[in-house]
Design a protein around this ligand. Structure first.
Ligand code: SDX
Length: 432
């Protein structure tokens, strides 16, 4: 049934079509608003605006639902051995891979796992304490320098190769930046190892001793990457879409996504959560003081890992991560007092009117850092791990937009509130 919205502006009455999503969501199509009325809409931060139609990820913020291509995220994390590579294929190509597709994708990830030696050499000129997200963004752009033939990927095989290069080499880039920061030799990827095991090997092996890859740890890392794999039009994904809408290549589009993700309000929150928990652990503040600071409008402090633009209920990923912490830490003989502090903070917040009235619940970043710590990942690498997980989602969204014949360069408008027309004043006549 055709549905429309009526907009009355002065004596002008226009009808705007209402479009329906496959899960019942509805949007008013204002794509003809400027042409019909001469007016633009005003929606700072795009909180009320759908920037595209997408078939990749569905979120129901009220019910706390997250599905990848229609499959609930919990179905992937509940598998006996969660498989991030399988989820990456599903997000990018739209269906669960067959045995042969999965094997071919794995082969491509192995074939393209080595970082070009020219990119590797750049690490020697980067300060050892450089922020890993700065290195990641720079290195992804550097891949465009050494893979010039991948700047325009029009055929499926080239697209698969550049996709495999980025998804595979992002691990190598991340591990190399960690090893550089510790003054350790780079550990090259081992073609015999699967995706997450290889990342752990590159992070923690040494030339004379192979890191012992425990299945519980490998499964935990697959689960973490799966939970971060895509999340519809979040800040970094819409950044990737914006850059890609100009027909920029996949390397630079993903590098732009890394830059957006770095922000502490977005992917950088997982670092801020652990810093917040550590401050409480070290006696810098009590959990209640933390809650009070977060509620104090005169205090810029936020309860990191809490709140979300879309979820008005529990972020399903936070639930899975909290359960994973409870399961994995004992299995790998890890105790972490920060987990108890996190649980106490969560309980205080969920029973505090300020958070309840604003529907503020734990988000993906609240527990992810505790699991990463248990695996041995240092705090400054947390957001890089978020990026490793999110890359298949960025690539899937970039591909979906690139394949949409109706897609146009993203170019929002503004409400101009600056000077009305004025004249040039020679410097000799200007007020001092
Ligand atoms: C991610 O979008 C995605 O999908 C992102 C992500 C993904 O997978 O890509 O899910 C990953 O980025 C998760 C979010 C990680 N960020 C944090 O944990 C930082 C802390 N959270 C907030 O800064 C905030 O909740 C945001 C940024 C997540 C959402 O911001 P919004 O939607 O702009 O909400 P808001 O700032 O308008 O808050 C509404 C109210 C305000 O109070 P009032 O003006 O109504 O009095 O809630 C308050 C805010 O002050 N509030 C918080 C708070 N979050 C919101 N108060 C204290 N602590 C917080 N964490």
């Amino acid at each position: 049934m055709k549905e429309s919205a009526i907009l009355q502006i002065g004596d002008q009455r226009i009808e705007l079509p209402v479009i329906h999503g496959s899960e019942g969501g509805k949007s008013i199509d204002i794509s003809g608003l400027l042409a019909k009325t001469g007016l633009t809409s005003y929606d700072p931060a795009l909180a009320n605006t759908a920037i595209c139609k997408s078939a990749i990820t569905y979120i129901d913020g009220d019910k706390g639902i997250l599905r990848y291509r229609g499959i609930a995220v919990e179905e992937f994390t509940a598998q006996p051995t969660p498989n991030f590579v399988e989820v990456a294929w599903l997000l990018i190509f739209g269906h669960l891979p067959t045995f042969s597709e999965l094997d071919h994708f794995r082969d491509q990830l192995t074939t393209h796992e080595l970082l070009h030696e020219d990119v590797r050499d750049v690490y020697q000129h980067i300060p050892a304490d450089a922020p890993p997200m700065a290195i990641l963004s720079a290195a992804l752009n550097h891949l465009a320098c050494v893979h010039k033939n991948y700047l325009n990927v029009d055929d499926p095989e080239s697209f698969l190769e550049v996709t495999a290069s980025i998804i595979s080499q992002v691990r190598t880039i991340a591990a190399f930046s960690f090893r550089r920061s510790k003054g350790l030799p780079h550990m090259y990827p081992d073609p015999r190892l699967r995706y997450c095991a290889n990342f752990l090997h590159m992070m923690f092996s040494s030339p004379y001793q192979q890191y012992e890859i425990r299945p519980e740890v490998e499964d935990a890392l697959n689960l973490l990457f799966i939970l971060h794999a895509d999340h519809e039009q979040n800040c970094s994904t819409s950044t990737v879409r914006t850059v890609g809408s100009a027909k920029a290549n996949l390397f630079s589009s993903c590098a732009a996504g890394v830059s957006a993700l770095w922000g502490p309000l977005h992917g950088g929150a997982n670092v801020k959560v652990v810093e917040m928990l550590e401050r409480i652990y070290e006696g810098g503040m009590t959990p209640q003081q933390c809650i009070n600071n977060a509620k104090d409008k005169d205090n810029p402090f936020r309860l990191f890992g809490f709140g979300h633009r879309v979820y008005r209920n529990f972020d399903p990923r936070a639930k899975v991560l909290r359960e994973a912490c409870d399961r994995v830490l004992p299995n790998i003989d890890r105790q972490d007092p920060l987990l108890d502090i996190a649980r106490e903070l969560e309980s205080l917040a969920l029973n505090d009117d300020y958070f309840v009235e604003r529907n503020l619940y734990p988000n993906v970043d609240f527990y992810s850092g505790i699991l990463l710590r248990a695996i041995g990942i240092p705090t400054n690498m947390f957001t890089v791990c978020f990026a490793i997980g999110r890359l298949p989602g960025w690539i899937a969204q970039w591909k979906e937009q690139n394949e949409d014949p109706g897609s146009r360069i993203i170019r929002p408008r503004q409400v101009y509130v600056g000077n009305t027309q004025t004249g040039y004043v020679p410097i000799t006549n200007r007020e001092v």
